[in-house]
Design a protein around this ligand. Structure first.
Ligand code: AMP
Length: 395
């Protein structure tokens, strides 16, 4: 991995692909600045080495030049977080954009307009990529959230920089965290997979069977397995078309020496709502009129015991419908168990959409070793894929 420390930034103009795809409210104020803060170490480092920074990002999915998705809306936040004035360029490529970039002095920062105002960005257009490459002398990718896309700014433009390109600090941290689980995880390794459906996690499950010692399956996925094993699932979410596949997976796991752990009991509701009546059932004996919405108390206890024995922990997907407070106990308990194991010295990685949201919502973030910033990019990494943005930096 070519890192920031391997490159001399003195008097150089670094083009940094950052992920400033932040949420804005109706008043066009940034409501969560995490992504801007996450890019700060890379920018700070380059400025401290006597370089200047040209920041490239997308914001949302604009149709045309939608002013609500202009990066101009976030200039003051970026400036405040970085603690330096930030110039803005209303064009991304072309003479005017290049003139602004060329005028940068060491220590200065220029934010370019939303890349996705140009459809050439997501198309990975070569001549657009070449134009982007004109904006600086070194290319740094620090946008893990889009590293799974072969877009102009995330992948294609890297080819114009030979050795003058590297991983940003955030991207490097993400890759290291994933490698700590997928390549050189210390045993015992447990993956906890939750979420709604088996069908959306097939490749991840298959890949993980070659990496882990234990696999905890939770959330809505449970009921496809318990049905496949001959249980009754009542009204629980279930994918009968995947029952044969679930049995195949259990067999594969056995062959590979991976122990699969399903919840033995569940908290069921008589309706899909927070206020539904609750009852605890064995996970393979849910009567009609009830649906499993959370892991039960015995399961939480068993999962806790297992997690505390593990040295490497990966968590993706909630253990129940955590959006309903009355059915969030399983998800909170898993987070607590992972936090406790981490305190005992285990490495824990949380990644992919809803589990990250849950960890933040329940105040568990500081107890985890690493929380991934990328949803889709994280899921594709767990599927064992090499992300195009990362591959492009390594050539
Ligand atoms: P995913 O995007 O596949 O990780 O799924 C996350 C969603 O799964 C969350 O919105 C949860 O509410 C949902 N989920 C978790 N457990 C269940 C369950 N037992 N029944 C229905 N939905 C669930």
């Amino acid at each position: 991995m070519r890192l920031l420390q391997h490159i001399n930034f003195q008097n150089q103009r670094a083009i940094i692909r950052v992920d400033f795809n932040v949420p804005l409210n109706d008043n066009l104020e940034v409501t969560d600045k995490t992504r801007i803060e996450a890019a700060k170490p890379t920018i700070d480092y380059i400025l401290s080495q006597g370089g200047s920074c040209v920041l490239l990002s997308h914001l949302g999915r604009p149709k045309g030049n939608d002013p609500r998705l202009s990066l101009k809306n976030i200039v003051s936040d970026v400036s405040q977080i970085l603690g330096v004035p930030v110039e803005f360029s209303e064009t991304v490529v072309g003479a005017e954009a290049e003139a602004k970039a060329n005028a940068l002095q060491p220590g200065q920062v220029l934010l370019m307009e939303n890349l996705r105002y140009h459809e050439e960005e997501t198309a990975g257009d070569v001549s657009f990529s070449k134009q982007l490459a004109q904006l600086g002398t070194i290319y740094v990718n620090d946008a893990f959230g889009t590293a799974h896309r072969a877009h102009a700014s995330t992948t294609i433009m890297a080819q114009y920089f030979n050795e003058n390109k590297c991983f940003g600090a955030l991207l490097a941290k993400e890759v290291e965290a994933i490698d700590k689980v997928m390549k050189d995880g210390e045993s015992p390794i447990v993956a906890i997979l939750g979420g709604a459906k088996v069908s959306s996690k097939i490749t991840i499950i298959e890949t993980l069977l070659d990496k882990v010692d234990h696999l905890i399956i939770g959330g809505g996925m449970v009921y496809t397995f318990t049905k496949a094993l001959g249980g009754t699932v009542g009204n629980s979410i279930c994918e009968p078309d995947y029952c044969d596949y679930a049995l195949e997976l259990l067999e594969k796991a056995k062959q590979k020496g991976v122990t699969i752990h399903l919840p033995v009991d569940v908290v069921a509701g008589n309706d899909f709502s927070n206020d539904a009546a609750q009852q605890i059932f064995d996970s393979n004996a849910i009567p009609e009129g009830w649906e499993g919405l959370d892991a039960g108390p015995k399961s939480r206890e068993q999962f806790n015991e297992l997690i505390l024995k593990c040295r490497t922990i990966l968590w993706n997907g909630p253990l129940g419908v955590f959006e309903f407070p009355n059915f969030s106990k399983g998800t909170i308990a898993i987070g607590d168990s992972i936090g406790a194991a981490t305190k005992l010295g285990a490495f824990s990685l949380v990644g992919g959409g809803d589990s990250v949201a849950a960890v933040k919502q329940f105040g568990l973030a500081s107890k985890m070793s690493y929380i991934s910033t990328g949803g889709g990019a994280m899921l594709e990494s767990l599927e064992g894929k090499t992300l195009p943005g990362i591959a492009a930096l390594n050539v």
